[in-house]
Design a protein around this ligand. Sequence first.
Ligand code: EPZ
Length: 420
Amino acid sequence: MEKLVINGGTRLKGEVTISGAKNAAVAILPATLLLNGVYTISNVPNISDVKITCDILQDLGAKINWITPNELTIDTRDIDGKEAPLDKTSKFRASYYLIGSMLGRSGQIEVGLPGGCNLGARPIDQHIKGFELLGAKVDVGQGKISAKAKKLVGTSIYLDVVSVGATINIMLASVLAEGTTTIDNAAKEPHIVDVANFLNTMGADIRGAGTDVIKINGVKELKHEGSYSVVPDQIEAGTFMLAAIATKGDILIKNCISEHLDCITAKILEIGGDVEDFGDSIRVSINKRPTKANIKTLPYPGFPTDMQPQMGVVLSIADGVSVINESIWESRFQYTNELINMGAHITAQGKTAVFEGVKELYGAPVYASDLRAGAALLIAGILAKGTTELYNIDHIDRGYEKIEEKFRSLGANITRVTEE
Ligand code: EPZ
């Protein structure tokens, strides 16, 4: 088992380059199933969720060749598989994109139920609602989902909840449907726009991605294989922004799209930080103790739920009492127990947590419960006095590329240790 050993008390300073977006890449790769062809995808984050996606696509018959650690070719001309086994699909959430892609390609797929971070209930009823409205028959049982459709016909779909996954999955399933599909109450995250952009380069006709109404005019066939570069990861960029604030540091975050970070920037300014926006890079610094703030997580462009644990670390050492309301996930405050072990004063109850800021955190053995909690605890270890041992770091490796190298380049004292 691996752990990260962090000797704290560091103010992070320097430059860091952001990788491609996990939540775009894990949808763009399955999207290549919609047209037989050879694609070159660049700015791909070299993370375990992407590697599992590639494994599953290879099981279906795709040929994948890594040209560099962040660029690959994928050949989808000989796809013969019709099922993706549970032992792989259960390892992460985005395996459900195989359903939308394969329904669009062949009208048939059987996929093990998706896994993903333990954030409470993670229903997929809106995905299924979309597939069924398009004309598919979907059965869920014995740990798998099977979907079949003789023909997919465009229709209007109103999402009962704003869902990133359902929005992307319905786009994937409807690009080759007969007629027009409208997704109302669609999610607007940057990674949704990126997937729509990629599908349009393939010859799809998708309009309105990034707004809450997306129109997909079905086409008889997609026409263009080709190359594409994945959008920079909004959440990784935000993670380093808040790491600068938490450690009273000064970081230039490069290869990002600053407008995707507006909500995080606004909060940083509110609590006393400084932000210099250069468009494709952003510099974040603070030279005093941050002040308190209240946070409510919301779908984009609101404060991202995937930035909530990282903000929790900042508010743990802020001056005053802060409140976080987690409106997206049932159970995303598990990390607060670990912060309490480091000296934080936090009361978490259901979807609300109250943070009474303390002056100092102290190193301790802590356990990552999910991907973003892991990143948050890593930041806490860097600011804390003394040594922190961070366990269950496989969670972090799912979504952050070279996490300790990037933080070490900013001055952090971090070592990855393998324990028998
Ligand atoms: C995506 O998950 C991200 N994962 C999550 O990031 C992120 O937290 C989430 O979007 C919200 O931004 C990937 O993109 C792989 P949702 P997803 O469908 O698509 C409810 C990370 O750290 N809902 O937008 O699974 C759901 O319970 C991960 O990178 C339904 O009720 O999230 C939740 O309350 C963690 N029925 C809300 O909608 C459905 O059919 C938003 O979920 C689908 C969702």
